[in-house]
Design a protein around this ligand. Structure first.
Ligand code: PLP
Length: 429
């Protein structure tokens, strides 16, 4: 039928009830709890429609106008729209929208800017960096020579003098900033200065915060970086995927690094969905959203502090809070489990100089993107902070604790009923 252009849940339910059941249960899970994973968000029905479309079927190795397959006229239009929208939104000279994920974008950026064995200066993983910034278990640590910088033990913020000292001592080919768990703004201009002083490329991994940049809620790294890599599914609220923005002079190297060096055929359904998300992110309503994300994270950090959970680095300028639970005598692992029992989804996280191993951790990381998409504001963040505090202090192995966790779960259910995810029944109605 030529009207069949996209997702049809009733059809899936008839064809494959087992998988349909999983989709139904996942939607219920998303709706029924508080989603506070800082890297997650709820995409729009328009993004989901593009993702579940027949663009999935098309092979299109290459780039618009220069493909290795016929029949690419339609998908070319989708990719050109995504590229134009990305360049306009971020003021970038070049955009590559093909990376399958943030990690793939980083692999391609390394390939474009460095050779195996080159020295790469990046933030250490336990201090907020990402696996792809030099971890031994990742290509970045195995094939390159990583030097790590840390946050200051006093301020828990990046120590730019230490970054400069390390750069002068080790002469990296590539300097990376941009983190997974860093609540404060990063001084991109200062990183640019340091990179220029030692003749290094500057790569900003904006995976977490590119959505805040799109919404003009925080400063942009684009004017300062040689290459900006990012995901499209975190605050930006698009499909799972990656993207690379760069200066025009690096365009060819970036494009060749993505394809054919790292990837084969691009995911055209995901690229169309990226175009949809980039259009959504370019309007005034997304700017209001991004500012509210930051305001909500700030309110949440104050609320957590009130509950005895110390915000690392003293608070947040972004969408996430890293809280130190040691004053409560509860580990990050136990806090995650307890919150889970109260239908609050968050993750344990190492704090800087954490005395605990990563699988236990002394902190939790919470983010405001999803609850802000649901329409919650500062008042709700104060309630969320109290609910997290109550859950974290409740030991499920005692009957009082188990009862308290059930009470918190009831309060969570009441809150999410007032602010439902996918409220308009546009998804799997
Ligand atoms: C999330 C993230 C990535 C990886 O993104 P994936 O899509 O999961 O591969 C890379 N870098 C940073 C800083 C991130 O936070």
């Amino acid at each position: 039928m030529d009207t069949f252009w996209g997702p049809d849940f009733a059809y899936l339910e008839r064809e494959d009830p087992e998988i349909a059941h999983v989709l139904r249960d996942e939607l219920a899970r998303q709706r029924g709890g508080l989603q506070l994973i800082a890297s997650e968000n709820f995409t729009s029905p328009a993004v989901l429609a593009a993702l579940g479309s027949t663009l999935n079927d098309k092979y299109a190795e290459g780039y618009p106008g220069a493909r290795y397959y016929g029949g690419c006229g339609e998908v070319d239009r989708a990719e050109l729209l995504a590229i134009d929208r990305a360049r306009d939104l971020f003021g970038a000279e070049h955009a590559n929208v093909q990376p399958h994920s943030g990690a793939s974008a980083n692999l391609a950026a390394f390939a474009a800017l460095a050779e195996p064995g080159d020295v790469v200066l990046a933030m250490e993983l336990p201090h907020g960096g990402h696996l792809t910034h030099g971890s031994r278990v990742n290509f970045s640590g195995k094939w390159f020579h990583p030097i790590g910088y840390r946050v200051s033990p006093h301020t828990e913020e990046i120590d730019y003098d230490e970054v400069r000292d390390l750069a002068l001592a080790h002469r990296p080919k590539l300097i990376i900033c941009g983190a997974t768990t860093y609540p404060r703004l990063i001084d991109f201009a200062r990183f640019r200065e340091i990179a220029d002083e030692v003749g290094a490329y500057l790569m900003v991994d904006a995976a977490h915060f590119i959505g805040l940049v799109a919404g003009r809620a925080i400063p942009s790294p684009v004017p300062h970086a040689d290459v900006v890599t990012c995901t499209t599914h975190k605050v930006l609220r698009g499909p799972r995927g990656g993207m690379i923005l760069s200066r025009a002079g690096l365009a060819q190297r970036v494009d060749k690094a993505v394809f054919p060096f790292c990837q084969g055929g691009p995911m055209m359904h995901a690229i169309a969905a990226k175009a949809v998300a980039l259009r959504e992110a370019s309007g005034p309503s997304f700017q209001a959203y991004a500012q509210q994300v930051v305001d909500n994270a700030r309110a949440l950090s104050v609320a957590l502090a009130t509950e005895g959970m110390r915000p690392v680095a003293g608070g947040t300028d972004t969408h996430l809070v890293l809280a130190d639970l040691r004053d409560l005598g509860v580990t990050g692992r136990d806090a995650e489990t307890r919150c889970d029992l109260a239908r609050i989804t968050l993750n344990k996280n190492a704090i800087p100089f954490d005395p605990q191993p990563p699988a236990v951790a002394s902190g939790i990381r919470v983010g405001s993107p999803s609850v802000t998409t649901q329409g919650m504001r500062e008042d709700e963040m104060r309630l969320v902070g109290r609910l997290i505090g109550a859950a974290v202090r409740s030991d499920p192995d005692t009957s009082a604790g188990a009862t308290r966790l059930a009470d918190v779960a009831d309060e969570v259910a009441a809150l999410t009923e007032r602010f439902p995810a996918y409220a308009r029944q546009e998804v799997m109605a």
